[in-house]
Design a protein around this ligand. Structure first.
Ligand SMILES: [Mn+2]
Length: 424
């Protein structure tokens, strides 16, 4: 963790500037009938889960260029996640990936408690083969043509739930790489039926107080067809399985021009939005940092979420899911968590009464301007004040670099191998 005096010293040096900026924004928002303190309190109470795999340096199928002081174990990863939360105050939970993060439950909870963290949804990996497993997932897992391979994949998901129950998780996220690379390679109907059968077997063992999230993806690693390729298929799965099955929306898992905020609205309307994997993309599933390419789209997603906030039982899970290939993963995850908070704050200051009026009058331009007015407002002082009051860093990036955390852990952690392709 970072020395508290380093954070306090950086905050103190910036406090007068922050108070002046916050007061100026408070006055501006007050003229618009918005109470800045109410917005700040909601932002301060917002939390997003970080993915354990996100603190390692990612890569592409071409190469991976390892960074300095990469985490070597789940406990190193939790240390890094602890720093992200210590500085931002925005990432109280970690989403584990099994088998990558498999460890004794008591050790996981002890470490998390030490760092002030909890555990979010469990992720089951059946898109690659673990060492020594009996049946290969080369041609699929939950939808494999071979019953024994499907059973092995189901069993792995049950194990993830068993472990998750012991560490306080309340959800299982399933994403599979199953699909095909050639037209005719699979019978698409039979393949989906096999997937549904396996998913039913998992859902049947879902703990009472758990939710099941299924995640769709248009392509990759299968490049011709993917068994759960779009939100429509995902909705069918959630409907087939039952009321505790929901759809997870990963922002990068759609075709480039797809209207994701509309998908979000549809899933909310029919009670099947389970949660998000936030990231950004330009071409496909690029796994770029959240808000780095299209912050307006992120805002439009949050506009739908704020719009639905009062719906009874509405509680989507918020998680980041990115691959950091050229940056320090801790820096990228901190910035992404803050970009998500920014989108939330911007959505909170939309004048919803005015927007509804313009929509009823079919005043397209003014409706659009109402959204833009909120989006254009620099809410940074709100985010900074929320962090300041929690004892987190006003400027997490600068404080992190000042503290020299990466260089410190690099001395203790072994240098990891690079060169080959594949994400970690
Ligand atoms: Mn994802």
């Amino acid at each position: 963790m970072i020395d508290k005096t380093t954070i306090a010293a950086a905050n103190e040096a910036d406090e007068a500037r922050l108070r002046a900026d916050y007061d100026a924004l408070a006055e501006q928002l007050d003229r618009r009938g918005i109470d800045i303190a109410a917005v700040k309190d909601k932002v301060a109470g917002y939390g997003i889960a970080v993915p354990s795999w996100g603190v390692g340096t990612g890569g592409t199928r071409f190469a991976r260029f390892p960074g300095q002081g990469e985490p070597a174990s789940i406990f190193d990863k939790l240390d890094d996640c602890g720093v992200i939360h210590q500085l931002t105050g925005a990432t109280p939970r970690v989403s584990l990936h099994i088998p990558w993060d498999d460890a004794a439950p008591a050790d996981l909870t002890a470490k998390a408690e030490e760092l002030g963290l909890g555990f979010d949804a469990m992720n089951s990996n059946t898109f690659s083969d673990a060492a020594g497993q009996a049946h290969s997932y080369k041609f699929g897992s939950l939808s494999h043509t071979d019953a024994a391979t499907r059973a092995q994949a189901v069993e792995h998901n049950l194990y993830c739930m068993e472990l998750g129950q012991k560490i306080g998780s309340k959800a299982l996220t399933i994403w599979v790489g199953d699909g095909s690379n050639f037209p005719g390679q699979v019978n698409m109907t039979k393949q989906f039926e096999r997937y549904l059968d396996s998913a039913r077997a998992i859902y049947g063992k879902l703990p009472e107080d758990w939710r099941l999230f299924t995640e769709h993806k248009i392509f990759e690693p299968a490049f011709y067809s993917t068994v759960v390729q779009d939100w429509g298929t995902n909705y069918l799965i959630a409907k087939e399985l039952g009321e505790r099955a929901f759809c997870l929306v990963d922002l990068g898992h759609h075709a480039p021009t797809v209207n994701i905020e509309m998908i979000v609205a549809r899933l909310i309307q029919f009670g099947k939005l389970g949660g998000f994997h936030f990231n950004d993309s330009k071409y496909g599933d690029d796994d770029l940092d959240t808000g780095s390419v299209d912050p307006y789209r992120l805002f439009l997603v949050f506009n739908e979420l704020v719009n639905a906030a009062d719906t009874p039982g509405f509680d989507p899970a918020h998680m980041l899911d990115q691959s950091h290939n050229v940056t320090d993963p801790i820096e990228s995850l901190m910035n992404s968590a803050m970009e998500v908070q920014r989108a939330y704050a911007q959505a909170l200051i939309v004048d919803r009464a005015a927007l509804a009026g313009y929509q009823d009058e079919n005043d397209a331009l003014m409706a659009s301007e109402t959204l833009k007015r909120a989006f254009r407002t620099d809410v940074t002082p709100i985010l900074q004040m929320a962090r300041f009051e929690k004892g987190c860093a006003v400027d997490p990036l600068v404080t992190y670099r000042t503290a020299g955390y990466r260089a410190q852990v690099a001395e203790a952690r072994p240098v990891s191998a690079g060169g080959g392709g594949g994400i970690v």
